[in-house]
Design a protein around this ligand. Structure first.
Ligand code: SDX
Length: 392
């Protein structure tokens, strides 16, 4: 009942692992971080509480929270020279490409001084990554729209700082509303960690060779970018805009069921959840709250809810256990907050950096950890005699 179980030891040396961070019951639609449900955390905690929980195993008390929040806040600024990296990209480069490049480049700034087997240096690297990701992400957006970079502010929370760095301009500070800041914080919590998904496995596998954490997180960003994974939130919005009106829903449901058609209903289905993704429910609630606060009436939300209703009553989706996942509503709320679609997966990466870093730390601190070495089922030809060029 605790969700703890162990694999055969030989299994863990092939790249799969044991972990105490996150438990998912896909059939029941349960997601726990160190035993706390995602619903409770999204309702009662802030993002840095969840970061602390994932990194250290329990929610912080008042003093621990004060010190952790301060330590992260005081690492949010980046080396001034880092801004030069952005000028090497085209203005229309996808922000995920920029993020991948700049985070990889952090290896050149900090890696030489990081001994990953030294606990204090491991934590400094972890703070730097968690703290600087929103700054670097917001800089990627500002570069793409030709606006000046914003420096982080120490008087703001993690979520507020990200909104400030994204949307403030010299002529006008970002008008922060508690509802919007809370929604931003909740969205970050919902994306923080999710067991051994593709990008987290990428971070673990690259980290298992002893590669520096900055390069490992850059690898995780590359994996998350795929439309089957973190790129789905951007793909959901593009899909809804293509569907355009609820009268067209059935045509797209039909395409999604057609084996010969590569079209997938984006935001639906999951490798693990064969029930409703608990994050999707919280995200839908945030969606309604944000649209109400901004007094927005986004027809895409109505369209998404109509699509969800039809899909959940369709035999194919019921039989295949395809339910909305975390990405189904996130695009609508991010669009309402002012994020362009190209920044949706970037935001996912900002949040998931906490999970990636915590999973990487757990792996490095495990004395039994070995380099990951997934095996294969060989399907090629048996050994055969060599054929010289003249005889081929
Ligand atoms: C994330 O792993 C994680 O934890 C990821 C994530 C995280 O937090 O890290 O949760 C974040 O990546 C969420 C998923 C976002 N992706 C999408 O929304 C893209 C659309 N979804 C599909 O691409 C798909 O559902 C996957 C990739 C997510 C899962 O694909 P699988 O492994 O094929 O799912 P499955 O085995 O359960 O599929 C069962 C059947 C298959 O058909 P058959 O081979 O049995 O005939 O359902 C089909 C699939 O082809 N199917 C879909 C579908 N998803 C699966 N058919 C139509 N539309 C879909 N969306």
């Amino acid at each position: 009942e605790t969700g703890h179980f162990t694999y055969d030891p030989g299994f863990t040396s092939t790249g799969s692992c044991e972990s105490a961070l996150t438990f998912i019951d896909g059939d029941e639609g349960i997601l726990l971080h160190r035993g706390y449900s995602i619903e409770d955390l999204a309702e009662n905690s802030d993002f840095l509480d969840v970061a602390y929980l994932l990194l250290y195993g329990d929610l912080p008390n008042k003093d621990q929270k004060k010190k952790f929040d301060r330590d992260v806040t005081y690492h949010t600024m980046v080396h001034e020279q880092l801004s030069n990296f952005y000028r090497g990209f085209r203005r229309d480069a996808h922000p995920m490409a920029v993020l991948c490049g700049v985070i990889g480049a952090l290896s050149a700034f900090y890696h030489d001084s990081t001994d990953i087997h030294d606990e204090r240096q491991r934590m400094v690297a972890s703070f730097r990554l968690i703290a600087k990701m929103p700054t670097i992400a917001a800089m990627a957006y500002k570069y793409s729209v030709g606006q000046p970079f914003n420096y982080p502010r120490n008087d703001l929370t993690y979520a507020e700082n990200f909104l400030h760095m994204m949307f403030a301009v010299p002529a006008e500070p970002y008008k922060m509303s508690p509802t919007i800041a809370r929604a931003m914080d909740r969205i970050l919590i919902l994306h923080a960690d999710h067991e051994q998904n593709a990008s987290t496995s990428t971070v673990r596998l690259s980290g298992s060779s002893g590669a520096n954490p900055f390069a490992c997180i850059a690898a995780g960003i590359a994996s998350l970018w795929g439309p089957a994974h973190g790129g789905a939130n951007e793909a959901v919005l593009n899909m809804l805009q293509e569907i355009g009106h609820k009268d067209n829903i059935n045509e797209y449901i039909k395409k999604a069921k057609d084996k010969d058609d590569p079209f997938r209903l984006m935001g639906f289905g999951h490798r693990v959840y064969k029930n409703y993704d608990p994050r999707a429910k919280v995200m839908q609630k945030s969606c309604h709250e944000v649209l109400a606060e901004l007094d927005l009436d986004d027809p895409l939300l109505e369209l998404a809810m109509a699509l969800e209703k039809i899909a959940l009553e369709d035999d194919y989706f019921v039989e295949k256990k395809l339910f909305p996942n975390v990405d189904f509503y996130s695009g609508i709320v991010l669009k309402a907050l002012g994020f362009p679609t190209s920044m949706f997966t970037v935001l996912f990466a900002v949040a998931r950096t906490v999970g990636w870093v915590a999973q990487w730390k757990e792996m490095i601190e495990d004395p039994s950890q070995k380099i990951g070495r997934p095996r294969q089922l060989y399907t090629g030809p048996a050994q055969r005699a060599y054929v010289p060029l003249g005889d081929r």
